[in-house]
Design a protein around this ligand. Structure first.
Ligand code: HH2
Length: 270
């Protein structure tokens, strides 16, 4: 899943793709590089970020979703708002990535159900404004697992087919370095919920804490962590840098019996 952030303030690429043409070009490049899904977002959820009004989010994402429909990838809309999801589904998206796991907008679950869309439900402690203020858990993995199980049950009760739901532990969303590492180490406990697991760790701050690198220099760290997440059962890898992670996943899959069914992308043999 390649990230297309149509925002002025995303933590690693804010402002680069605010222009719709630049965002569409970036999305097409990610598909050429091997992305099978594109996650289009018009609201940053970085720690401390302010909410964006629906009208502004719509203005940012709809032309980009329209421009990328037919580009050869599933289009995901990264939003918590039913109005933004509705317009994006109309414009060609078929997947709703909601970092609030249907807690942000009471209309969103019903919309996803009615439209037969696929969706991702993510764990977050608090809101982006407050989530990194001293996050605490009894046991981070058990707490996140219980939350995702409850949100899956909620989605199904609202009419969303269970087969359409993916789950995401929300790396960096109200988590310390230790919380993130524990979630990755014990990812199998989340996978055991029986739904495909999405993992979004691309360029995130915990990788900078380990490597000392700034956001732009974290592609290798991202690829390494994603390879381990693959081994632990993750299915979808949300990244800004597709080639690095795709190579790492291809090599990891090839070394695992019955690994991820990736088709080699070149015929180079030397
Ligand atoms: N992370 C971000 C945004 N959306 N969605 C899912 N399902 N999982 C994630 O981990 C996730 C997400 C944050 O990354 P980014 O989009 O690069 O930054 P920003 O929120 O600042 O736009």
């Amino acid at each position: 899943m390649g990230v297309v952030n149509v925002t002025p303030d995303s933590f690693s690429d804010g402002g680069r793709f605010l222009d719709p043409q630049a965002a569409v070009a970036q999305g097409r490049r990610l598909v050429e590089e091997g992305a099978r899904m594109l996650d289009v977002g018009g609201e940053s959820t970085r720690p401390g970020a302010d909410a964006v009004p629906a009208e502004e989010e719509l203005r940012r994402v709809v032309p980009v979703v329209e421009g990328l429909a037919g580009a050869g990838a599933t289009i995901s809309i990264d939003t918590s708002k039913a109005a933004v999801a509705t317009a994006s589904l109309d414009a060609g998206a078929s997947y709703v990535n909601d970092v609030t796991a249907f807690r942000g907008d009471p209309e969103l679950a019903g919309l996803v159900a009615d439209r037969g869309a696929d969706c991702c439900l993510m764990h977050m402690l608090g809101t982006p404004r407050t989530m990194q203020d001293d996050p605490r858990y009894d046991d981070v993995v058990s707490d996140v697992k219980a939350f995702l199980e409850a949100r899956l049950a909620f989605a199904v009760a609202e009419g969303v087919a269970e087969a359409r739901v993916m789950l995401d532990p929300g790396i960096g969303f109200g988590k310390t370095l230790e919380h993130n590492l524990e979630l990755l180490a014990r990812l199998g406990e989340i996978v055991a919920l029986g739904r495909p697991v999405v993992i979004g760790l691309s360029r995130k701050a915990f990788l900078g804490k380990i490597t000392g690198r700034n956001a732009a220099g974290r592609a290798v760290a991202t690829a390494a962590a994603n390879a381990l997440a693959l081994e632990r059962g993750a299915s979808v890898f949300r990244v800004h840098d597709v080639p690095e992670t795709l190579d790492a996943l291809a090599v990891a899959a090839a070394t695992l019996a019955g690994g991820w069914p990736l088709t080699p992308r070149t015929t180079t043999t030397t």
